[in-house]
Design a protein around this ligand. Structure first.
Ligand SMILES: *Cc1c(COP(=O)(O)O)cnc(C)c1O
Length: 457
């Protein structure tokens, strides 16, 4: 399988190259040259457990890592999960909840980052190279990336985050990791400052090559690939084509589901759920992608306006025509607004729904009362969006992207003392503030680059 850029300006590359490259050199996202049709495999796949199914799907997209090694990487990644089903499906009657938060940092990002860290380690062991991963986070990505990389050979990780701009718990999940290859950089600035410093550091190609910088953000193809398993696993156990409600920020999680549908797995429709940062909900309602201002909400991992992974969807939607993708992205970069064209509906059976904070809290309360289930605020956004779009009677599968214990203040605020037990988790209780390590840096690219230079392995 070879990987192409959505913008058409990059020579096709192998899976390993695509994983190490992250963003394509022409600024596009890497996509597989085809999505293999798996219709004929579905009867046999029904018998597989989660790990075996993940191995099958990886084999379809990876042909430059030996099958035994690949199988080992995938199986080993899920040994860090604390549930035997990896991604259990909880049936609440009116809807189902697919819990993706049983990994080490309690968000769905572990599903992909536990695998990605191991793939990096494998590729580097073969080449003898070292990789310095540099990332910016406003919350969940940082800890999931750190847990994917901690203690791995030939890899270091540097995570920039706004000093005082994450919750204390989110910061502790990053800083209380003792491994020497983990560097937490608290920047005296905003998340946007962190992101723009990250971008300009990567744009310095000389520095990037010299210090072998790598990225783990959600544009990395391996992350999408890893997320395809849980959608397939649910579909194989559904009698009717599944309906998925996905709380969405960067469009990475829902794109994995769209990719699964491209492979011929029966999926009925998608509910794309956002909070007040509703650029994607509006896009799927109107076909117009228009930038708004970022608002802070109780589902902070979706406080995003520009959804980098949307470009992969546009590429599919535009019949894989890189010229149309380029024109759309150029128009959006120029004017902050781009349209799918000719008043066409975006189609594809994707319904965009925005749910505000008041309704999110009311939903958390309601599902605790009615179903005795505690959902985190991100998950609640998806559950409410699914209720609002209830269609042809198929029970929707709502994606639970985080454990409620990750967002204790919001959960307690919405539900009250009844949620006290739900906001405790042994993985969080184990975090010891006395072991926290971090370095405070000014919001200055030179300071960040100097730190990376001095600590790069
Ligand atoms: C990252 C994240 C999301 C958004 O996922 P995308 O792939 O960016 O759409 C939703 N919920 C939680 C808890 C997250 O950490």
């Amino acid at each position: 399988m070879r990987y192409l850029s959505t913008r058409g300006g990059t020579a096709p590359m192998s899976f390993s190259q695509a994983v190490l490259t992250g963003l394509a050199p022409d600024g596009g996202l890497l996509v597989p040259e085809r999505f293999p049709n798996v219709t004929h495999r579905l009867p046999a796949w029904r018998k597989l457990d989660y790990v075996a199914l993940a191995q099958e799907i990886f084999r379809l997209y990876v042909d430059d890592i030996g099958t035994d090694d690949l199988d080992t990487i995938v199986a080993d990644a899920f040994t860090t999960f604390d549930h035997p089903d990896i991604a259990p499906l909880v049936d609440l009657g009116d809807f189902k909840v697919l819990e993706l938060f049983h990994g080490p940092t309690l968000s769905f990002k572990d599903v992909a980052l536990q695998i990605l860290g191991r793939i990096f380690e494998h590729l580097l062991a073969q080449s003898g190279d070292h990789l310095n991963i540099v990332g910016a986070t406003s919350g969940d990505t940082g800890s999931a990336a750190i847990y994917g990389v901690r203690g791995r050979k030939n890899l270091s990780i540097f995570v920039l985050y706004p000093n005082g701009g994450t919750s204390a718990l989110q910061e502790l999940q990053m800083t209380a990791v003792p491994d020497a290859n983990v560097h937490c950089l608290a920047v005296d600035g905003s998340f946007d400052d962190c992101q723009s410093m990250l971008k300009s550091t990567f744009a310095d190609l000389d520095f990037k090559t010299r210090y072998r910088l790598g990225a783990v953000n959600s544009i990395n193809w391996a992350r999408v690939l890893a997320q395809m398993t849980y959608y397939t696993h649910v579909c194989l156990r559904s009698e009717q084509p599944a309906v998925f409600a996905v709380p969405t920020g960067n469009f990475g999680n829902i794109f994995a589901a769209i990719a699964v549908r491209e492979m011929g797995v029966p999926i009925g429709r998608f509910v794309l759920a956002t909070n007040e940062n509703d650029i994607l909900a509006r896009f799927f309602q109107t076909g117009v992608y228009r930038l708004g201002r970022v608002q802070q909400t109780i589902s902070p991992s979706m406080d995003i306006q520009v959804a980098s992974n949307l470009e992969r969807f546009l590429w599919l939607r535009f019949g894989r025509d890189p010229e149309r993708v380029k024109a759309f992205m150029a128009e959006f970069a120029r004017s902050g607004e781009a349209s799918i064209g000719d008043g066409e509906p975006t189609g594809e059976a994707i319904e965009g729904v925005a749910v505000d904070m008041a309704d999110t809290k009311a939903t958390m309360r309601r599902i605790k009362e009615r179903y005795d289930y505690v959902a985190d605020p991100h998950t609640a956004v998806g559950i409410e969006a699914a209720r609002l779009t209830r269609g042809n009677g198929t029970t929707p599968v709502c994606i639970a992207t985080a454990h409620p214990a990750k967002f204790p203040e919001a959960v307690l605020d919405a539900i009250g003392p009844d949620a006290t037990d739900a906001i405790r988790h042994p993985a969080l209780d184990r975090l010891d503030p006395a072991t926290a390590r971090r370095t405070v840096l000014p919001a200055d690219r030179e300071a960040v680059m100097a730190y990376v230079r001095d600590h790069a392995a």
